[in-house]
Write a protein that binds this ligand. Sequence first.
Ligand SMILES: Nc1ncnc2c1ncn2[C@@H]1O[C@H](COP(=O)(O)OP(=O)(O)OP(=O)(O)O)[C@@H](O)[C@H]1O
Ligand SMILES: [Mg+2]
Length: 630
Amino acid sequence: MDLYEVYPLLVLGAIIGVFSIAFVVAYVTMKNKKEAIGFDRHMKDSEILVRLMRYAKPYIPQFLLVGLIMLVSIAYDILSPLLIGKIEKVLSSGFEMSELLAYIIVYASILLISLGATYLQSIILQKIGQKILSSLREDTFTHIESLSHGQLNSMPVGKLVTRVANDTGAISMMFTNLFVNLIKNCFIIVGVFVAMLCLNYMLTLMVLCFVPFIILFTVIFRKFSRRAYRRVKDCTTDINTFLSENLSGMKITQVFNREERKAAEFEEKNRNLGKAKHKQIFVFGIFRPMVYMLYISSIMALFYLSGMGYITETEFLGQAITADILVSFYMYISRFFNPIQNLAEQFNWMQSAFASAEKIFTVLDIEPDVVDEPDAIELDHVEGDIEFKNVWFAYNEGEWVLKDVSFKVNAKETVAFVGSTGSGKTTILGLICRNYDIQKGEILIDGINIRKIKISSLRRHFGQMLQDVFLFSGTIRSNIVLRDDSITDEEVMKTCDYVNATHFINKLSKGLDEEVRERGNNFSAGQRQLLSFARTIVHKPAVMILDEATANIDTETEILIQDSLEKMMNIGTMLIVAHRLSTIQHADKIIVLSHGEIVEQGNHDQLLKLRGRYYDLYMLQFKKNQIANG
Ligand SMILES: Nc1ncnc2c1ncn2[C@@H]1O[C@H](COP(=O)(O)OP(=O)(O)OP(=O)(O)O)[C@@H](O)[C@H]1O
Ligand SMILES: [Mg+2]
């Protein structure tokens, strides 16, 4: 080969070289920027992979089957160029119809078999993927259920929704798509490479010259795309968090006329996501043409090398190139470059799936901080004695909300907590059911430390009526029985009657089957409260805990609530926070709190005689009522 004949190849090499240098420069400068963004993964890929594999384990036989089917589908990729080469030979030298037909039939059958195999493979994979997806979702959900109130408070709902909904999806794609295609593409690359070597090792070497560039581009591409993916992910989480919070708070937004401002905030987040997506597309938009350029370059080199001698008996470094070899090679090159490009992209998807997996595993790794002790006991029966012994509690370390609180409640007694807002009433009620664990002191139920009792067993004996009544979407019945099928309609109605809820239920067209919308927003605060009474009583708790809402309730409902409360006080032990002191006048004991400390305790008459805080509070309400009543 003369020197001038090599020029075109040199020009080709120079073009590729220039691009490579440009990319390397971009890569190096970007590396510096990376730290500024600060997204470090703390789990190793191998660690994530091992954990993911645990989910795939039950499906090993199916995966093996898929592997076998995959080998069949690969056969087409490797054999078809050879067959096309053969067909070319038949066409160009001594045309023989029967021979041609034979080749075509073989080609068609391989194609059909491979298509069938691919179809079968994807059906099986989709099924496995869905199963893995749902078990992953279930695991995440049940794990979130096991977290304590404190842990749940620290995590935005939108984030959790993203974890359960989006991230699990990304992982399932890994099983349905990525792993198998990754393996498939590796097989194809190896297969095609071997086939090319057998056909003409010199031309194969020529193709190999392009491989280092592919690797270089791929490495650079991975860095860029990884960053782009993370941006997209972060922005998605951001939008979901914003949405879940603001959709729940939409009414407040409207009441305060903040629609425009919120819309602007949303727009910005939306724009950020759009930008992130653009960047991601941009990165792919550069990478794909780059690989394509390499592909075209190698094809051009192939044509150039073989075309120099007008194909017939061209020798390239001692090996003869014939027309059918040229045709086969032409096809092989594309068969070779395609899986490489796919691999690079799949590695990316994989990174993205790993990022999702890591996020999910981070949630799954949160150790519930309120858990059963190893020797925790089941509590079959509860009398209802409750004792706080020098209890200290803080939500955040060092900021004591309860300071050395001690009191005793005997079974069947009614004890009321009063005190100004923020004094720790709700906190005390939450501690009894171990919504949080205390830092110092002891809480005893029937003389047993609540830490020694299984949480589920403990909570079964308590009926909590919380300050903000939460109703689930469903029906009135479903909100009262809460999936306990053993409760009959008759019992439900009896209970509703007992707590005076039938007054309004009977007015509803569907009665117990009346639809309850999200959070019960189609019921009034008073009605919700009555429903929560019914919900609590129907489960026959030994201890009832009531945190009365401060919300104003119409007088009629208030009388109903008052009446049902008085009835409930006779059922079992009752701990109550009431804002209307009239409600608790008949309580056996009233505990007055101030800044997390008990300042007075005794019954209504004793406390009035003390002329202390309770007396002040009582007089204040008394006067207010007098003014209200004229
Ligand atoms: N989840 C929480 N995380 C951190 N601090 C909290 C949390 N819940 C309550 N607090 C703080 O603990 C203190 C006591 O709150 P708590 O809810 O027990 O008051 P409360 O007596 O029930 O008031 P209210 O009458 O308004 O219902 C308050 O200062 C409050 O800021
Ligand atoms: Mg409260």
